[in-house]
Design a protein around this ligand. Structure first.
Ligand SMILES: [Zn+2]
Length: 114
């Protein structure tokens, strides 16, 4: 199922993340959405494809790469990251969230730290 939350697509590029998080927190459609993990690409909000495990993410190498970079930023060791990625489960925890850019089709992913 493809869900596009049009409420968020007007956030301009360069808006600080805390601002975006604040917006998404106040948007009814984002109830339950954590960490302001909505993703943007090509100056637009990406389409949310759904929760994803490692198998789903394998079809989107650039999404996997994104998670690796994200973890690097948090100071994870590469081995920890790989272990985490392979443990990702679409129906369980931890779960990744798969998005796709509406413009260039690039796969994007965020992950649930909670
Ligand atoms: Zn794009």
């Amino acid at each position: 199922m493809l869900a596009v939350f049009s409420d968020a697509v007007d956030v301009p590029d360069g808006v600080p993340l805390p601002v975006v998080e604040e917006i998404t927190r106040r948007t009814p459609g984002f109830a339950g959405w954590q960490q302001g993990s909505w993703l943007y690409h090509c100056d637009d909000g990406a389409a949310f494809l759904g929760p994803a495990g490692y198998h789903e993410l394998e079809a989107y190498p650039e999404a996997l790469a994104m998670l690796r970079i994200d973890h690097q930023r948090y100071g994870w060791a590469p081995s920890e990251t790989e272990h985490f990625l392979r443990a990702l489960d679409r129906a369980g925890e931890p779960t990744a969230y798969l998005f796709r850019c509406l413009h260039c089709g690039t796969g994007l992913a965020s992950w649930d730290v909670g």
